[in-house]
Design a protein. Structure first.
Length: 104
């Protein structure tokens, strides 16, 4: 892992499995949207509506991501448990002991 400084903030870069670098510390898009909304409509009621819309969208995105990640984790947990099931307690998961007829 490589740590570099951008504008005084430490930023960590990590190589992914395919060799492409990805930035793990980035500036939130919601702050950029709030800045653009403030610059487009400074001190008006529309500016307040823009702020509210950005904050509502951010909360909605966070909740959606939470739900999706919990569902994904439940699926992977179930698959992991199925792969490591050892009903006969011989130390070898049953998935590796199946015969051609499908019985153990």
């Amino acid at each position: 892992m490589i740590t570099i400084r951008i504008h005084g903030r430490p930023t960590q870069r990590r190589r992914s499995d395919n060799g492409v670098r990805s930035e793990t510390a980035h500036r939130p898009a919601a702050l950029l949207a709030l800045l653009i909304g403030e610059l487009a409509c400074p001190g008006t009621a529309v500016g307040e509506q823009v702020k509210a819309a950005v904050l509502i969208a951010s909360v909605t995105a966070a909740l959606s991501a939470t739900l999706l990640l919990r569902r994904r984790n439940a699926v992977y947990r179930r698959l992991y448990e199925e792969e490591n099931l050892d009903e006969d307690a011989d130390g070898v998961p049953d998935i590796y002991q199946r015969t051609a007829s499908g019985s153990t």
